[in-house]
Ligand binder design. Sequence first.
Ligand SMILES: N[C@@H](CCC(=O)N[C@@H](CS)C(=O)NCC(=O)O)C(=O)O
Length: 318
Amino acid sequence: MGPESDAASRQEESVDSWQNFMMPRTYAWIWSKLKLGGGCPYQAACKTGRSKLLSIPFSHFSELGLWAAEHRGLEFDERSYLPLLHVGPLFEARFARGHVNKTSVIVKGSGGYTSVPFLIHPDGSVESDSWSILEATFKIDPQDAKWHSWKTKMDKLGSLMVSVSWSGFVHDGIDHGDVGSERFDETLRWQLTQWKWFVGPLVAQLCKWDVLPMSNLATLEHGRDMLREVCDDVEEVLASQCYLSGDKFGAYDMSFCALTAFALLPPETSGSVAAVKLLDAGKLPLHGVHLGFLNEFRQRKAGQHVLMCYKKHRLGKV
Ligand SMILES: N[C@@H](CCC(=O)N[C@@H](CS)C(=O)NCC(=O)O)C(=O)O
């Protein structure tokens, strides 16, 4: 490597470390000084004897974590943050104690330290992504080969499915931040007005400029293709058994359902609430992203399975 490319790579590294650590770190510091988020979640969990689930209310990975925690019968409270506003509290909760989310791929800029869901227990132990929450609920060995290959595939599908809801927001104008104040505890409700008038429009604009990757239309097409393939596999399994997990609802079903919920909009989901309401009222934009996905996948046996599982098993919906 010559001196020029050496300098270029040093410059790239310094941009990287600014984006990965310094920017969220500054944000986390400001956040902690402003005392806007209900205080330290570790202390709150310890004091109340209840776990704290840090989430984004319309993230389907959060939906998976939430569903799994409820299914386990865990005593916990959700601490919801709207996107961008989540950066400070999540970075603060994860970075100092080294709790990186190793399976975070969507927003690389924060090095996996701002990703949701993140579950903190009263004894200070954590579950650092949706998969660890699911594995603890169903007592699954993360190294089990069949499970590992399913999880890898679902994680990739899930990352692509994020584009469905974000494209619905950015291109169809469905405000997916419209989730209802009951999803926020009193110390966090102020985010709703910030989202509506400032943060939401800002994030949408950043997505349009491709600064944030969530509503990329190429990714959306890639997601649609991958979902078709996964539906083929799922239907093959369902030809010989009632559930993907065997004769009972389990981790395979829960992960497939939660991570495809944006594409199918089951009424029981806690994720795309605004889109579900519009669908119900017959007002989902006719040529929009959501209706396109929905019409194709609701007709499939795999899609029907998701709707059935939500109806029968998503009982603890917030
Ligand atoms: N594989 C991860 C994915 C989590 C993930 O990508 N979460 C997204 C929301 S759907 C997120 O936190 N994005 C914001 C960020 O990374 O700062 C998991 O299972 O938890």
